[in-house]
Design a protein around this ligand. Structure first.
Ligand SMILES: [Fe+2]
Length: 307
């Protein structure tokens, strides 16, 4: 295996294509706890309390899908090197390397993974101060779970090409991948088709997590699954559907990995391990349908001219 094209520092943000961008923008800003930093005719950019310019970009589309996942690299030189190595590996480079013409700025390159997902590797994004609020609102995006038709191929690409490491498996159904000390920034779920399973937002503590769930309840929004605590990752979870039907999660307390000591495990998929507290019960049919989403052709569809 060749060396990875880059060293990913962290997950920065996620762009979701949604058939309900206006209603979803209202939901994420007025209920979920993000703040709109920019709004255009096509969608909106929203931030958490952390130091990223934005955590979520919503783009109006005919069908739900992934717009792109953005990872931070340390320097523009690393972006250039990533682009060069991607090209050498015949990985599609669809823009850059160069200045990013988008909210948040930066210097980046966009590549396409084997299932058509657009990945952005970016450095030198606009600095924003953390908000320093203690409300029960998200810091930012902390992980994305992706449905894949070939979990082994997905893991091979994200580990081999992007340098991620497998923290744990959940049988041969899910793989949890890290790029820093967080137990997972990306996870793959073996599925019937490629799609976004859910996007998770970090709450600073369990108290913030529970108060956030309470605020949603006050707005009449109830969890589709949770609150509970997962075995792999040791993080709390509570899953909701946004107005477009995409799944969003509040989470807290993700396990921190010491690279020198961590041993990857294969977890059995039994209720006492996927719901450590025993509070959540099994996932509902409704949440499983939302997590399956609709087939996402990815970049090939994005690149087609609108008809
Ligand atoms: Fe999650």
């Amino acid at each position: 295996m060749t060396q990875p094209i880059a060293r990913l520092r962290r997950l920065r943000s996620v762009e979701l294509r949604t058939h309900a961008s206006a209603a979803s923008t209202d939901f994420y800003s007025e209920v979920w706890g993000l703040q709109v930093v920019e709004r255009g005719t096509e969608g909106a950019w929203l931030r958490g309390t952390g130091d990223q310019h934005h955590a979520l970009q919503l783009t109006q589309a005919e069908r739900n899908g992934l717009g792109r996942i953005s990872f931070a690299l340390a320097t523009p030189a690393e972006v250039d090197e990533a682009a060069r190595r991607a090209d050498a590996l015949d990985i599609p480079v669809i823009s850059g390397p160069g200045p990013v013409d988008d909210a948040g700025g930066g210097y980046g390159v966009r590549i396409v993974d084997p299932e058509g997902r657009v990945l952005e590797l970016v450095a030198d994004t606009l600095a924003v101060p953390a908000l320093g609020r203690d409300d029960a609102v998200p810091v930012g995006v902390t992980h994305v779970v992706l449905n894949t038709v070939d979990i082994d191929a997905a893991v091979t690409f994200y580990c081999g090409v992007l340098g991620m490491r497998v923290s744990d498996w959940s049988e041969h159904q899910m793989a949890f991948l890290r790029c820093n000390s967080d137990h997972h920034s990306i996870a793959f779920n073996q599925a019937q088709w490629t799609s976004v399973n859910h996007v998770a937002y970090e709450m600073p503590t369990v108290d913030h997590f529970m108060r956030g769930i309470g605020r949603l309840r006050h707005h009449g929004v109830l969890p589709l699954w949770g609150p509970g605590k997962h075995g792999p990752g040791d993080n709390t979870f509570s899953y909701f559907a946004d107005p477009g039907g995409l799944v969003c999660e509040y989470t807290s307390g993700i396990a921190q990995v010491d690279e020198d000591r961590w041993l990857c495990r294969v977890w059995r998929r039994v209720p006492e391990l996927s719901d450590l507290w025993g509070t959540a019960g099994p996932p509902s049919k409704q949440v499983r349908e939302h997590m399956a989403g609709v087939p996402d052709p990815g970049f090939s569809a994005l690149a087609e001219p609108a008809s």
